[in-house]
Design a protein around this ligand. Structure first.
Ligand SMILES: [Fe+2]
Length: 279
């Protein structure tokens, strides 16, 4: 295993936000990563989400990443990793994510239990660090969850954490990640369960001219738009998909998937969603 694949050089802090992980990209001039989101894993293997075996579906996505994504510098797991917030779900996921030959960084979703996740979603290459410096890029992971609620909010403390990091590393291009949608999805029912303060988040992001991309999960569907030179992106779930542009809750029969990103030295982003056939 390449030394860069291990979580070395972590500047430890008291909180996930105070910690910084520095990574040396495998390929000079580009940071390569995969986002996996909304895995909704249960404590036991026989529980299903709307008829879908979320473990099997996750394992198919994992296989797709390992076989097709090529050399990665890191993975991002952007929340709702567990359906039930159980220790057993996180222990299963930790073993699964440790199969990747690159470190995984995570943030919680509304279905997650942050405390249980911190305690049990642990492995050699799994980190709760919320700031990553990789090549020419700064990657920030924000916590948009409110305990007991489906909707989200980026608390002032998280906004201040984001602003401080964006100022400190103003010479780096920045990718900002969170669980809830930073832009409306167009599906009324899930937008009602989105961020309560999305305008405030966007206003705070707009104060920094190094923000190149914002990435989230929660909506279980693919989207990408460029606004003001910033890429705004959502990514399919590794299990069930929600029907785009639906007023009421509705599922789509699209396949599960993940997003591959190449963050380039000039601040541009190459990205594609890859779908996986369930076996
Ligand atoms: Fe979800």
């Amino acid at each position: 295993m390449n030394i860069n694949r291990q979580l070395t050089g972590n500047h430890m802090g008291n909180t996930h936000e105070e910690q910084i992980q520095c990574l040396q990209p495998l390929e000079p001039g580009v940071v390569q990563l995969v986002q996996i989101t909304d895995c909704h894993i249960f404590a036991t293997a026989d529980e299903k989400l709307r008829g879908v075996d979320t473990r099997l579906s996750f394992e198919a996505v994992k296989k797709g990443v390992i076989n097709n994504a090529g050399g990665l510098d890191l993975l991002l797991a952007t929340g709702d990793l567990a359906e039930d917030g159980s220790a057993d779900a996180y222990r299963y996921l930790a073993a699964q994510f440790d199969d990747f030959d690159a470190p995984t960084f995570w943030l919680p979703g509304n279905h997650d239990d942050s405390e249980t996740m911190t305690q049990h979603f642990v492995g050699q290459r799994i980190s709760a660090t919320r700031q990553i410096l990789a090549g020419d890029w700064l990657i920030l992971l924000l916590d948009s969850t409110i305990a007991g609620e489906v909707y989200g909010r980026v608390a002032d403390t998280q906004l201040d954490f984001m602003a401080a990091a964006l100022n400190q590393y103003a010479h780096k291009h920045a990718l900002v990640c969170l669980h809830h949608q930073a832009q409306q999805s167009g599906s009324e029912w899930i937008d009602e369960k989105g961020l309560r303060d999305d305008q405030q988040l966007r206003a705070r992001l707009a104060l920094h001219d190094n923000v190149r991309a914002v990435l989230w999960g929660h909506v279980h569907q693919e989207a990408r738009q460029t606004i003001g030179g910033v890429e705004w992106m959502s990514t399919p779930s590794s299990c069930i998909q929600f029907k785009p542009n639906s007023k009421e809750f509705a599922l789509s029969d699209e396949a599960p998937g993940y997003r591959h990103l190449r963050l380039k030295a000039d601040g541009s982003v190459e990205t594609a969603v890859h779908r996986i056939d369930r076996e």
